[in-house]
Write a protein that binds this ligand. Structure first.
Ligand code: S3P
Length: 435
């Protein structure tokens, strides 16, 4: 995995007239990480199909392997031989690459092991805050130190953990999952209270592997010492990847998309409600449940006109990974889009507020930047330009969507970084575009 943002191939996007066809997405990234980690802690062999093809989930698999689990992979098929709670001491630092999810959630598991380990990452991950996960894990009894400001690398000395009741100051599903995973290995009942509801894949995955997790409004808890058993699962398509195509269809006239077998977990599907409220015609077909996760087919058609939106509070947290692409379509809406309460965007793989503002301005858009968001007026005309991915997969894909509605060609530098979550994104996009 290249460390520098200058090492990915560039891509050029032409303006689009139509986006049609059906697609199926690589497995959901959030669920892939969690199933691989819980597979490592379970008894038996976990067999997964349609595992995420992104480099982030490959980082989790290589860490799991370094922790003594046999991992086999053939394309989307992955098997993990579990070790029943006690992992093997790694010989080297565990490289999480670009993946904050790998680092934060593995920290929860490593805190409860009887050995010392080190978690490292690439240049972008090395800038991201880890105090949010270190503080509660220290309260549970682990020793965790990081570089200045608790940035990676993280040195973790595992311990016999004790349960805590923790009120998370930051809304973070990664931290919640890390604490539940640590809670599984702790003595007593660990409870996590979150300021707003975040994605619940950690809770659902623990249940899928046979653990009992108690849930109330924005609070969940787990009793330590429960055994996990291996599962077989086919992972639903990643709705955060689908969001790029749905938003593209929202701005390209006459578009008609069918997205098969996509994750529709209510804590992740806010993008559908928002696009419907903005005027897009969306229908959900064949809704099913798979290991507690809702999965279905989404049909999305371009509506008569795309209104605007104000996204704030709990809605901003629910749409956190979709905000860059919502910013990308904002100039093409009638009333514009305002995003607030999204300060977390500043500490993602890049500063996503600054990155989207810079790229949209390069395309000729008017954008107002706030500490915690963006205000982007509607009814704007954008032109061709050269923009930068900032080494951030979602910025590369969001910029490609903005480019579809521009008046000229858009060159995206370091666009190949899409491989972090969605290798093949540009090929799929080309296949759906009919000029
Ligand atoms: C994720 C949670 C979100 C999200 C990230 C994946 C997860 O991060 O932005 O892409 O799988 O739990 P935070 O939990 O830090 O908000």
């Amino acid at each position: 995995m290249p460390n520098s943002i200058t090492s990915w191939p560039a891509v050029t996007i032409q303006p689009a007239r139509n986006l049609s066809g059906s697609l199926r997405l690589p497995g959901d990234k959030s669920i892939s990480h969690r199933y691989a980690m819980l597979g490592a802690l379970a008894e038996g062999v976990t067999e997964l199909e349609n595992f995420s093809s992104g480099a982030d989930c490959a980082s989790t698999l290589s860490c799991v392997r370094a922790l003594g689990c046999a991992v086999e992979r053939q394309g989307g098929k992955v098997s993990v031989q579990g070790r029943g709670g006690a992992l093997g001491e790694p010989e080297r630092p565990l490289d999480c690459g670009n993946s904050g999810s790998s680092m934060r959630m593995l920290a929860g598991i490593l805190a409860g092991q009887n050995f010392a380990s080190v978690l490292t990452g690439d240049e972008s991950l090395s800038r991201r805050p880890m105090q949010r996960v270190a503080t509660p894990l220290q309260k549970m009894g682990a020793t965790i130190t990081g570089a200045e400001g608790c940035r990676p690398p993280l040195h973790i000395q595992g311990a016999r953990l004790r349960a805590i009741e923790y009120h998370m100051p930051v809304a973070s599903a990664q931290v919640k999952s890390a604490l539940l995973f640590a809670g599984l290995l702790a003595e007593g009942e660990t409870a996590v209270q979150e300021p707003v509801r975040t994605r619940d894949h950690g809770e659902l995955a623990l249940r899928a592997f046979g653990a009992q997790v108690n849930r109330g409004a924005n609070r969940c808890s787990i009793i330590g010492g429960q055994k996990l058993r291996a599962i077989r699962a086919t992972l639903p398509g990643d709705i955060s990847s689908a969001a790029f195509f749905l938003c593209a269809a929202a701005i390209v006239p006459d578009s008609n998309l069918l997205v098969d077998d996509v994750l529709l977990n209510p804590t992740r599907a806010a993008i559908l409600d928002l696009l419907i409220a903005m005027g897009m015609r969306i229908a959900v077909l064949n809704l099913e449940e798979n290991h507690g996760e809702l999965v279905g087919t989404v049909q999305a058609r371009h509506g008569a006109g795309l209104g605007g939106a104000r996204i704030a509070g709990a809605q901003a947290a629910a749409l956190i990974d979709e905000l860059p692409v919502l910013a990308a379509i904002a100039p093409y809406t009638r009333d514009g889009i305002e995003i607030r309460d999204a300060r977390e965007l500043r500490v993602k793989e890049s500063d996503r507020i600054a990155a989207m503002a810079e790229n949209l301005r390069a395309l000729g858009a008017r954008v107002e930047v706030r500490d915690d968001g963006l205000l982007i007026p509607g009814q704007q005309r954008l032109h061709g330009a050269e923009v930068e991915s900032f080494g951030d997969h979602r910025i590369a894909m969001a910029s490609a969507v903005a480019a579809l509605g521009a008046g000229g060609e858009v060159h995206i530098r370091n666009a190949g970084v899409v491989d972090i979550s969605y290798p093949g994104f540009f090929d799929t996009l080309q296949a759906l575009l009919q000029r």
